[in-house]
Design a protein around this ligand. Structure first.
Ligand code: ZN
Length: 424
């Protein structure tokens, strides 16, 4: 249990630099680090780490180095400049437990700008919230962890364990960034990911599969459309069939110990649609990029087989697709879900710290979205979980993160780092 006197010393150190922390968060959130454009965000992180005396490892990820690792998902975009940045703080005598603190700097696209009240990459403070794409998911959390470690130093604590501060990319599409740190050899006794959990603990999350439906049609002049076959309308029918699979999977989820109480935890989403070439030509092609969630414990390959079978069955009922079956292409995440096990010690520590600081018990929030903790927990024996600030509308318009929760999270993470790694 953390001593209240120590907790308030740490909190005072956080408060002392909190204004600077928020300024840094605004600067970091102003970088439009969507997929493939993360370099300036990684430059900034590397700079922040160097300025604090971390030993910085900044490398370009090679797909061939990670493609054989578990839960690797296909990468289709230009990956030649993809980087990972890890800063390491090593005590002179390493006698305490080590810790990975990890944040992702990739953010999802903004959607139509006219739907934002303030521009997504001009982060704005209003009524105690920071508005901006990525401010919540998860740049404020990443910097909370960075300033948490700073606060310990300023409070005069010398950590006894090693810290790897990891800034990764690709969290939003494959998890390749987190995977690259493991491939590079980074390990620790525990990993904390300050994703925006609303100061709840996420130690359970679904898996996710991304795939693309590639549908073909028969183009004819629309004036005699019945002689052709419309690929866009055919894609509708496949989407309908996959909604059936989604309903089926959610039915199965009702018996799940973690997700049974959650309404519709496994969401299928046709997220991108492209097709056709001309308004007066029956479209010859349609591509639909999809995402579907799976329960922890479900096997990705078995689920892929179910997806393929569902699409094939729907195609057989269609006169054109029966002869030209659509293809299913795996286009990103191929990730198992996870349930954190064997982590009573770090979780108990976080519970106790959270309760001491907030006077409320630590609530759990099973993730119906994915996070990078899975790699550590499932395949590398490193207990990993998420705990971070309170954000709203992530992936939506007017994404925002609560400033008080950033401050409280920073204090909680700092206390956790101190207790976990030990200090002199
Ligand atoms: Zn995130």
């Amino acid at each position: 249990m953390i001593q209240p006197e120590l907790a308030s010393r740490i909190a005072a150190a956080v408060d002392q630099r909190f204004e600077e922390q928020i300024e840094t968060t605004l600067r970091f959130s102003a970088i439009p680090s969507t997929r493939g454009a993360e370099a300036p965000a990684q430059d900034m992180m590397a700079g922040l780490l160097r300025a604090r005396g971390y030993a910085v490892d900044d490398w370009t990820i090679k797909i061939e180095d990670i493609s054989s690792l578990p839960d690797f998902g296909p990468i289709e975009h230009d990956f030649s400049r993809a980087r990972t940045v890890v800063g390491t703080l090593r005590p002179d005598q390493e006698t305490g437990r080590s810790l990975i603190l990890q944040g992702h700097c990739d953010v999802v696209p903004t959607g139509p700008l006219d739907m934002w009240q303030t521009p997504p990459f001009a982060p704005t403070i209003k009524d105690g919230w920071i508005y901006g794409r990525g401010a919540g998911d998860m740049k404020s959390g990443t910097l909370a962890a960075l300033y948490a470690v700073d606060a310990l130093r300023e409070a005069g604590l010398k950590l006894k364990g090693r810290i790897h501060f990891q800034s990764v990319i690709e969290e939003e599409s494959t998890g390749a960034g987190a995977l690259s740190t493991l491939q590079r050899g980074y390990r620790a006794d525990c990993a904390l990911l300050p994703e925006p959990t609303g100061q709840q603990l996420t130690d359970v999350c679904v898996g996710v599969i991304w795939f693309r439906l590639q549908v073909r049609g028969e183009p004819v002049h629309v004036s005699h459309a019945t002689e052709g076959s419309n690929a866009i309308k055919a894609a509708y029918r496949l989407i309908k069939a996959l909604e059936g699979l989604e309903a089926d999977w959610n039915k199965r989820a009702e018996a799940d110990p973690h997700f049974g109480a959650i309404q519709h935890p496994l969401n299928f989403n046709p997220g991108i649609i492209r097709g056709g070439d001309w308004a007066s030509s029956v479209p010859a092609w349609c591509d639909v990029d999809c995402r579907i969630a799976i329960l922890p414990g479900w096997d990705v390959d078995a689920c892929r087989a179910e997806i393929t079978a569902c699409v094939a069955q729907a195609a057989r009922a269609d006169s054109f697709m029966a002869n030209r079956p659509p293809e299913v292409v795996w286009s990103g995440y191929l990730s198992h879900g996870y349930v954190l096990k064997g982590a009573d010690e770090p979780v108990g520590m976080l519970e106790s710290i959270h309760t001491t600081l907030t006077d409320t018990p630590l609530a759990r929030r099973p993730g119906t979205g994915l996070n990078d903790a899975r790699f550590y927990s499932l395949y590398y024996g490193i207990p990993a979980f998420c705990y971070g600030p309170k954000a709203e509308k992530i992936h939506g318009f007017n994404e925002r993160v609560n400033i008080q929760s950033i401050r409280d999270t920073t204090v909680a993470i700092a206390c956790f780092v101190a207790e976990w790694c030990g200090f002199d």
